[in-house]
Design a protein around this ligand. Sequence first.
Ligand SMILES: Cc1cc2nc3c(=O)[nH]c(=O)nc-3n(C[C@H](O)[C@H](O)[C@H](O)COP(=O)(O)O)c2cc1C
Ligand SMILES: [Fe+2]
Ligand SMILES: [Fe+2]
Length: 410
Amino acid sequence: MPKVWIERILNEPELYLLRVDDDQVKYFEAAWEIPEGITYNAYLLKLGNAVVLFDAWKKDYTEEFIEALSKLVDPKEITHIIVHHTEPDHSGSLPKVLELNGYRAQLIGTGFAKKLLEAFYGSKVAENFHIIKDGEEMKIGGKTFRFITVPWLHWPDTMITYVVEDGLMFGCDVCGGYSIPEGIDDINEEVVQKYLPYVAKYIVTVIGHYHKYIVQNMEKLKKLGIIEETRMILPGHGLIWRKNPKRIFEYYEAVGAGIPKKGKILVIYDSMYGFVEGAIKIALDELKKHGYNPVVYKFTDREAPPVSDILGDIPDSEALIIGASTYEANIHPRVRYVLYEIVDKANYEKPVLVLGSYGWGGVAGKEIETIIMKSKFDLVETIEARGRATKEDERRIREGVKKLLERLNK
Ligand SMILES: Cc1cc2nc3c(=O)[nH]c(=O)nc-3n(C[C@H](O)[C@H](O)[C@H](O)COP(=O)(O)O)c2cc1C
Ligand SMILES: [Fe+2]
Ligand SMILES: [Fe+2]
């Protein structure tokens, strides 16, 4: 049984969190390894003459959602349902809610959200749907609800809601993250420290393809004064931010822009029989000589790290070293896939040094170069050895590392 939280967040106005801890999921979007799990957060706001539901849970947890919701309100009494984003991790249990509600509630969202709800669940679900305009304000239960579109965070349908009088920002995917935090909010610093790396992993794997929109949309929210004024951020995944809401905004901005942490070099490689590894060891030794302590991910016949973890480590890295063996006239399949995802989801202007090893004709290096050249990454050099690195290869690798570090210190 998944853990379900029904927590009163505020007394005035009467605001509740409905959260389910999904510890059964293995791959988010059938792609990203998340042994750490994820939470789906919905919220209920009870106002004088209105009961507002903000999003819902994934379909798998519909029964649990209805049970939790019914402890707070008779679903028939819900007057408004705000649909920030229709990805089924937030909308899956809405059809059941509407059925129990007798389709009385007015749905509020973007035009895209209406179309997608119809496409996913049939037209009846979106019969009573108000399409918002960007920046539109509505009075609901005596409060001012401002709806702001944040396209591509995470889909074209996405918006946030800002309740003006109380400074509440409902973000859905915006300001969310993976994992199942032990608490519900950012009050405990230990919980926050443990959680933040999962936010980076979430941003890259889920929204990374659109990461320039993170920066744009955060800028938009800043200009509207929302980042200054917000008292509480209530996302659709992970922790609520009430002690320091600005912190998660800034974290999102930094990940979106790929702001590096001084000294963090990411090393990713495969090695079937140890030859690429030999070359990498030389590079690691050279890095150490210059005072760097790199983060290393390797694919061997003993280990294969989760690609989603590698992706999460890219935004705050200063530089990358990629090592690959040539495999059937191509890049080794593991590194080929990782690289494909890196340039798609975590495409940042960071220097890259490429190391390779081949048997009868080096191809991996050239292929990686071609991919890097088409991306925003900045290729420093490609150094390939036939089999194990010779003394001359070692000299070139050490020079290559020095060149990489020079780029950083420019
Ligand atoms: C399945 C397999 C396919 C390979 N395909 C190629 C190839 O197409 N071209 C080549 O030059 N070497 C090829 N090699 C040789 C390796 O690239 C070479 O031995 C390299 O040094 C391996 O480094 P590693 O042990 O660190 O993986 C292949 C090796 C294996 C096991
Ligand atoms: Fe989403
Ligand atoms: Fe989501």
